[in-house]
Design a protein around this ligand. Sequence first.
Ligand SMILES: [Zn+2]
Ligand SMILES: [Zn+2]
Length: 252
Amino acid sequence: MKTSDYDSFVQKCAEEQELIQAKFHSDYNINNYENWFYNQATGLLTFSTGNDQINFSYIQIGTFSENTKTWKWSWDNDHTLDNVKDQANVIREFGETSHFPKLTNGYFSSDEYEAWEFTAIALKLTNGIGVYRPVADHLKIFMVIIGLVDNETAENIKSKYVECEEHEYRRRAFVCRHLNHVDKVGFEEAFETFEGMELSLDEDDDFMAWCNECEKVRQQEGEWNKTSMEFADIKLVCEKCYFEMKELNLGT
Ligand SMILES: [Zn+2]
Ligand SMILES: [Zn+2]
């Protein structure tokens, strides 16, 4: 590998980033919004003022620590959810093919200037429409913005998530009132599930489970109707709770 190959590639990416970012700002005026909020679970970056909001899908590229002066690629970071880092693998793969070690080492000493260079490379390789860098304590978080998400779709995505006291922000799931974290009461499901599986956003594909007693009532009634639904009295839980209950009831 010649260093100059990497340097000229970075230079090109940085120039492109400047143009793309200028267009991003003129297209969406994100600096005019008062608030910003991002969520790894939904993969949405939201800017808002009052009820006025704009949503984007994003990828987390990596983080620069002001404390340790280190860079960590998101694909090397266990705290980053797959949802926002899967696409960052193309950067590492490109680094392997091109023999650019800075793109294949997960964690090393660096500076913020270089962090922006990495983000420029990521922007190019992921065909993003802009970049964003929020700060959380001593961490500077580098993101590539992938695309605009219309408000209705964004609300639909957000509605599929729930805040759990135990597990924070997770996908929603539904269980009958009898299912719990302590007693085995049986576990019947609407469809075969596994944790982290993809669910269709458009259809009402939700994790849904009920106990043996509820299954008896459902069979007596022949379907989910007023009687069986009232008996089950379905409640909202998070995905993690759902699979903990499944493990409790069906685990070996
Ligand atoms: Zn039940
Ligand atoms: Zn939970």
